[in-house]
Ligand binder design. Structure first.
Ligand SMILES: Nc1ncnc2c1ncn2[C@@H]1O[C@H](COP(=O)(O)OP(=O)(O)OP(=O)(O)O)[C@@H](O)[C@H]1O
Length: 257
């Protein structure tokens, strides 16, 4: 199985105290990984380490078989953040412009959107079911629709992996459902590896194939179908960040990754 991410002996601290200690994990092509854990348990930090936004203090991160320190194939990597929060209704760019901006490198000297490039925009808008919104201003769309546009923008360079950092904050429930269905389609039909931070444990444990539980500076890997999220939620009630959820964790030497 093709390894998309390999993390070896990674430790990280911002200040004196370690946030993550001696992490060893593998993410394979086609995985749909959910990062869950109490506030402050290191989910965003780990994601930033995986995409090279933060540098490891010790250990190694490999993305698509390349050390993250020298990684350059960013067109194969998508990243979706909580962008819904960043837009206001007066933001002037259209959906076409937002998605097309990802093709800037390919537009040539005069930065012209050729017919072939325009067709690529149409194709990804269709994939995310947003063709009818091509000429609409991004700021006029709902949070869920905006996130679909950002997914389209990511898809235009045919990524192998998409990282999502709580992309559904502030998005209504129906749109959340549709968004999860879209991610599942991208994962199952296009084979895109998905890594997503989510606090919506009910929803995400239904969609993901593996759950990475963050707690006490470690990451515990579960197969989603064996993950008892009701028990997990009972354990972490109160959001005590120092708590390791007491559910059955795979032994360290027996992790699935
Ligand atoms: N830039 C920073 N400088 C110092 N400490 C930081 C920084 N960013 C995060 N931290 C600390 O690192 C720890 C992990 O934070 P992180 O944001 O990774 O957690 P998280 O699991 O993503 O939390 P949440 O679910 O609340 O988003 C927290 O104690 C946080 O206060």
């Amino acid at each position: 199985m093709k390894e998309i991410i390999k993390v070896k002996n990674l430790s990280f601290n911002y200040e004196d105290e370690y946030i993550l200690k001696n992490i060893n994990i593998t993410i394979n092509k086609g995985d749909f990984i959910a990062f869950i854990g109490p506030n402050g348990s290191g989910k965003s930090t780990f994601l930033k380490l995986l995409i090279g936004d933060l540098k490891t203090n010790s250990g190694e991160v490999k993305l698509l078989d390349k050390n993250i320190k020298t990684f350059k194939e960013w067109d194969k990597v998508g990243y979706i953040s909580q962008k819904v929060r960043d837009f206001n209704s007066s933001f002037p760019a259209t959906v076409k412009e937002i998605v097309g901006a990802a093709l800037y490198q390919e537009m040539g000297w005069f930065k012209i959107l050729t017919k072939r490039l325009e067709q690529r925009i149409d194709k990804v808008l269709k994939l995310v079911d947003m063709s009818d919104y091509k000429y609409r201003k991004i700021g006029e769309l709902s949070g869920g629709q905006q996130q679909r546009v950002f997914i389209a923008r990511t898809l235009i360079t045919n990524p192998e992996i998409i990282f999502l950092d709580e992309p559904l904050v502030g998005v209504d429930l129906k749109s959340q459902d549709e968004f999860y269905n879209l991610l599942t389609k991208l994962n199952r039909d296009l084979g895109i590896t998905i890594v997503m931070i989510s606090h919506d444990i009910y929803m995400i444990s239904d969609q993901a194939n593996k759950i990475f539980c963050f707690g006490n500076k470690s990451i515990f890997v579960h197969q989603a179908k064996e993950f008892d999220y009701v028990n997990y939620l009972n354990q972490i009630k109160g959001d005590n960040k120092s708590l390791i959820p007491k559910h059955e964790h795979q032994r360290r030497d027996n992790r699935c990754c």
